[in-house]
Design a protein around this ligand. Structure first.
Ligand SMILES: C[S@@+](CC[C@H](N)C(=O)[O-])C[C@H]1O[C@@H](n2cnc3c(N)ncnc32)[C@H](O)[C@@H]1O
Length: 177
């Protein structure tokens, strides 16, 4: 289980000024800390995670939260096209040759999981929706921004913070019209 950390709180802070998030999907739900912060501003909130145990833990601790629905799946693979208004994720982004820890290892250049999450998000986001995601300067950021551009999305930094040897950044993406 990933304990809420600086990146979790950066994601929450960066979204503070967004009042109405509509139908929200969070990829990589973890402890549910982000959901607890955003849930009051959503029409529905779906959290998905590849780790069934984190979802089970959250349900055991919060049995009566009817607004948060949980799904165990790989990225957003099981959701229909063009549905969500807002997709958020704080992905594993540390460069690593193999995925030993699902909570932190993001692939050889630290961006492979982010690219997979983005590809799934582009498909399941509606045409006016927004994607918010965390990335680090330890990851290959130019590969991420090129991928976004190649998929005809725009991308900007919402908030950025220095943390030891890296900067962690919250990005916002929207379909270019
Ligand atoms: C950095 S943690 C973030 C947890 C929480 N959202 C937070 O901000 O504290 C990343 C989460 O992504 C999940 N995850 C990793 N790979 C995934 C995948 N392919 N599909 C869905 N979730 C995944 C991990 O199990 C972990 O809970």
């Amino acid at each position: 289980m990933y304990l809420p950390a600086e990146d979790t709180y950066l994601l929450i802070r960066g979204l503070e000024s967004y009042d109405n998030l509509g139908k929200v999907l969070e990829i990589g739900f973890g402890s549910g800390k982000v959901a607890e912060a955003l849930n009051g501003r959503s029409e529905i909130y779906i959290g998905c995670d590849i780790d069934f145990n984190v979802l089970k833990d959250f349900k055991l601790k919060n049995p009566y939260n009817p607004k948060i629905e949980l799904v165990c799946c790989d990225s957003a693979s099981c959701f229909r096209n063009s549905f969500f208004d807002t997709i958020v994720f704080n992905p594993p982004y540390l460069p690593s040759d193999s995925i030993i820890d699902h909570t932190i290892n993001g692939g050889p250049e630290g961006c492979e999981l982010i690219l997979k999450f983005l590809e799934n998000s582009f498909r399941t986001l509606n045409s006016t929706g927004s994607i918010f995601f965390i990335a680090s300067t330890l990851s290959n950021l130019s590969k991420i921004t090129s991928f976004i551009k190649d998929n005809e999305f725009g991308c900007k930094e919402v908030i950025k913070e220095k943390f030891f040897f890296e900067h962690i950044i919250l990005f916002k993406c929207k379909k270019l019209s």
